[in-house]
Design a protein around this ligand. Structure first.
Ligand SMILES: Cc1ncc(COP(=O)(O)O)c(C=O)c1O
Length: 374
């Protein structure tokens, strides 16, 4: 046995200590003010009442849930015309992102994603012991050429949020297909379509078609956004049978809770509620983008339920100062410094009340007409 000195306590692997823990959006404002949380891309309409009822009736708390999430996989399969055996449900899509990296990449491998890609990709890569590799973006959009140029023989997983958080931009189906075609067959393309239901573009495809035709593509979805069930932590993955099998082997045996499963089944069946959420977003996303642009702010075109808003560097008008100003008024936005975007804030499309309050507050912050035409 080696006589090299040993630490006197357990020490995590080096990769673990390189992780900066995910910092969620804030949820508190100034004292005594009504809070409008616009920092986590949650559904301002809340969940379907049918999902709430299903959640409440799943009250046999002493029993383990169905570890195979059978009813939920069947409900998802029926909704989208999929093979339920190739669906894996998870504790939010976060868990499935982590498991995807853990199952397909390890020490010495690379996990690739785009410059402003969702923060969990880096965490998932490092937690798996792999090396995160970042490809530059153009105009806050994933760049297929840059991603392909960053592929090496060590690449094992490519994460693509489509549409992406925090930018709100998307890649058309042709571009996603071009990315898949350019990847070696042993590289897994993980399409994270957390905001797919919000996208109203004819040239967008969430991933179902690509999974159907390729053996190296998975799609990840969530019940946290349009279904309004973020508290329950339910997500799903659809992929080739071999990928589903690998992920099933390493996931927690009872990873999705019984109330989560029950609520998600009811939510996916309540298509009217989803349509209502889409209609709300279709009304307020363009309205907010237009109002903020009229204040002299730059807004990245978004197909999601949030906007990336860029502030000027002028003292008194910066993103940091805007965030403090808005927080005092109960309007909680998301700082995106950790995404390399210190001059921007991300705002979720909220209720009508919250959206109007935000525009009024930003008008005051920008000095009324002062920002016009800047
Ligand atoms: C792009 C993207 N993927 C995945 C997730 C994770 O969602 P959840 O773990 O709640 O399913 C989020 C949440 O913000 C996201 O923005």
């Amino acid at each position: 046995m080696s006589t090299a000195p040993r630490p006197n306590r357990p020490v995590p692997r080096a990769g673990v200590l390189a992780i900066e823990a995910y910092v969620p959006g804030k949820s508190q404002g100034g004292p005594g003010v009504k809070v409008h949380k616009l920092s986590a891309n949650e559904n301002p309409l809340g969940p379907s009442p049918k999902a709430v009822a299903a959640f409440q009736s799943a009250n046999a708390l002493e029993l383990y849930p169905d570890g195979s999430s059978t009813k939920l996989r069947e409900a998802i399969a029926a909704q989208y015309g999929l093979d339920p055996t190739r669906i894996v449900c998870g504790t939010g899509s976060d868990e499935l992102l982590m498991l995807t990296a853990a199952a397909f990449a390890g020490p010495g491998d690379e996990v690739l994603y785009s410059q402003h890609g969702f923060l969990v990709y880096r965490i998932a890569a490092l937690a798996a012991g792999a090396t995160p590799v970042v490809a530059p973006e153009k105009d806050y959009r994933s760049d297929v050429d840059a991603l392909l140029a960053a592929v090496t023989e060590k690449t094992r997983v490519v994460f693509l949020a489509n549409p992406n958080n925090p930018t709100g931009t998307y890649l058309p189906f042709d571009e996603v297909k071009r990315l898949q075609r350019g990847l070696p067959p042993y590289v897994l393309l993980a399409l994270d379509a957390a905001y797919a239901e919000y996208v109203r573009r004819n040239d967008y495809e969430a991933g179902i078609e690509l999974v159907a035709t390729c053996s190296n593509v998975v799609m990840l979805r969530t019940f946290s956004k349009i279904y309004g069930l973020a508290a329950l932590r339910v997500g799903w993955l659809y992929g080739p049978a071999e990928v589903a099998d690998a992920i099933n082997r390493i996931r927690g045996a009872f990873n999705v809770s019984a109330p989560g499963l029950a609520a998600a089944v009811a939510a996916i069946e309540d298509t009217a509620h989803v349509e209502q959420a889409v209609a709300h977003n279709e009304t307020w996303l363009p309205w907010l983008a237009q109002e903020l642009t009229a204040l002299g702010l730059t807004v990245t075109p978004s197909v999601t339920n949030f906007l990336l808003v860029h502030f000027p560097p002028t003292p008194g008008r910066t993103a940091k100062e805007a965030d403090a100003f808005l927080s005092q008024r109960g309007l909680i936005l998301r700082r995106v410094d950790s995404y390399g975007l210190p001059d921007a804030l991300r705002v979720t499309i909220g209720t009508e009340e919250a959206n109007r309050l935000l525009v009024e507050a930003l008008k005051a912050f920008m000095g009324g007409e002062a920002g016009h035409g800047a």
